[in-house]
Ligand binder design. Structure first.
Ligand SMILES: [Zn+2]
Length: 478
């Protein structure tokens, strides 16, 4: 099984290596340079916008053309097609979906997809707009939702975002170099360096209407639009849109990309904290609406009130269950590691963990309340991590003995213990081939687990990135 996995894996790595060559190829770089020069000439004009659209399309094609199908959830393989979801309601899919709602007095957009697909989404969806774009509602700060705003916006278009949107954008922009390198590990289609184009980088969207916990309502052409503050799952600035007459709820990423799923309470990519109880309140707000159609900004929509309400209720109950179990365990004197291992969802609350993982939520909730010092050992208070004694430990124990212990741990299924032994050995001998191969073997087993046992897309792509790093150390990168 493992060797079949590693064969399949090698072929995926091979494809990814070809993709990286494509991104770096002189032809692509020349195209990008030409387009960027064009942009410099046409500051603020339609010409500049066209040039930007072209630039991001080239970058997008280079990045996604040769990507394996299942990387980062396979979003890049979703066909960019328009669907009529209800009368006057359209969706164009892609890495992120864009939604259009027509009224006799103008058209409203909810989310605008990712910039690298904006050109194609706009060319396919715009013909369905029956009037000017009067409002664009952005569900939150992430690049796969705000990427088309700049290109859809017309004179007088209102941009509606959450009150916390500006703060989310501020820190995401300031931390961009840090976050980009980590995002590339789990979204490997991202280029090595981002061109300085608004909305490929953060920024570039200036909201004109800020929505807070009181929500925001407007009527356009006789259609009521209720913009709801629903923070807690994908950031502090999540908005949803409710069309009361049609009973359609647009959730952006408030429910994540799949439905129903266990939420990503703190993403391992690294962003600010997400608040579990705030999320539960957002879910209660959505359940009270009794939606008959659920439209998310990724993948297909869902119809049927009973199915939707049942899904929302399971998400709420599962989040509450894990939250309460952590509080209980903390008060009972358990360690975070014990709780990560012991807290699991009851049978009636089973949800896919493809986006958010229960054990990571446990740790997130713990640290949300108690922050970083766990009172495990005073060494946590000082800037000397246990890693600093690894090389000395390896010398005392001998790298061969450490690798024997690692291999015994693998045999007994204790993969993380094996990784600890190997990290100690590698601290003394970073190029030790036996240790590197053993480390790669453990990563492959963890990848198998994240693919076939408890599926999680971030864990999968992170393991793939780690395997690629080891292959490169071994000189085996293709
Ligand atoms: Zn998204």
């Amino acid at each position: 099984m493992v060797s079949a996995l590693s064969l399949a894996h090698n072929s995926r790595l091979f494809q990814r290596a070809r993709y990286m060559k494509t991104v770096r190829s002189p032809r692509i770089l020349t195209n990008i340079c030409v387009v960027l020069m064009l942009m410099a000439c046409g500051e603020g004009s339609d010409m500049r916008k066209k040039a930007e659209l072209k630039a991001v399309e080239i970058i997008g094609n280079a990045a996604t053309d040769r990507m394996p199908d299942d990387v980062a959830g396979g979003f890049h393989k979703i066909p960019i097609e328009v669907k009529e979801l209800a009368e006057d309601v359209y969706q164009v899919q892609g890495i992120g979906n864009t939604h259009l709602i027509n009224t006799p007095e103008g058209s409203v957009l909810f989310d605008t997809g990712i910039a690298i697909q904006a050109a194609e989404q706009i060319s396919k969806l715009k013909p369905f707009a029956t009037g000017p774009i009067t409002h664009i509602i952005v569900s939150h700060s992430h690049a796969d939702h705000i990427g088309g705003v700049r290109f859809w916006k017309e004179d007088g278009t209102e941009i509606i975002a959450h009150r916390e949107y500006a703060e989310e954008q501020r820190y995401l922009t300031e931390l961009e170099p840090y976050l980009h390198q980590r995002n590339r590990m789990v979204f490997p289609w991202l280029p090595e360096t981002l061109p300085n184009i608004p909305m490929i980088k953060y920024g570039g969207v200036e909201p004109s209407i800020a929505v807070d916990e009181r929500d925001y309502e407007f009527v356009l052409g006789g259609t009521k639009f209720q913009v709801l503050s629903t923070p807690g799952a994908e950031g502090a600035d999540n908005l949803s849109l409710w069309l009361p007459e049609k009973k359609i709820l647009f959730t952006g990423d408030t429910l994540g990309p799949n439905f129903p799923q266990f939420p990503n309470v703190f993403t391992m990519r690294g962003e600010k904290v997400r608040k579990p109880m705030e999320y539960i309140r957002s879910l209660d707000k959505m359940i009270a609406l009794q939606p008959e159609m659920l439209v998310m900004s990724h993948h297909d929509h869902y119809s049927g009130k009973d199915q939707i309400v049942a899904g929302l209720t399971t998400i709420r109950d599962a989040t509450q269950y894990v939250h309460d179990a952590v509080i209980q365990g903390m008060n009972a004197g358990k360690t975070v590691y014990e709780l990560m291992e012991q807290v699991t969802l009851p049978d009636e609350m089973q949800l896919t963990q493809v986006h958010g993982k229960v054990s990571w939520a446990v740790r997130s909730i713990w640290e949300y309340y108690a922050t970083w010092f766990h009172f495990d050992t005073p060494t946590e208070l000082y800037p000397v991590p246990v890693r600093d004694v690894y090389a000395d430990l390896a010398e005392l124990a001998g790298t061969d003995a450490l690798m024997d212990s690692a291999s015994k741990a693998v045999d007994s299924g204790e993969l993380i213990k094996a990784l600890h032994f190997l990290e100690i050995a590698l601290a003394a001998e970073p190029d030790n081939e036996r240790a590197l191969r053993a480390q790669m073997g453990v990563y492959e087993k963890l990848l198998y687990h994240a693919t076939h046992v408890v599926e999680n897309n971030y864990e999968k792509d992170y393991m793939r990135a780690l395997i690629k790093n080891v292959q490169s150390k071994l000189g085996e990168e293709q």
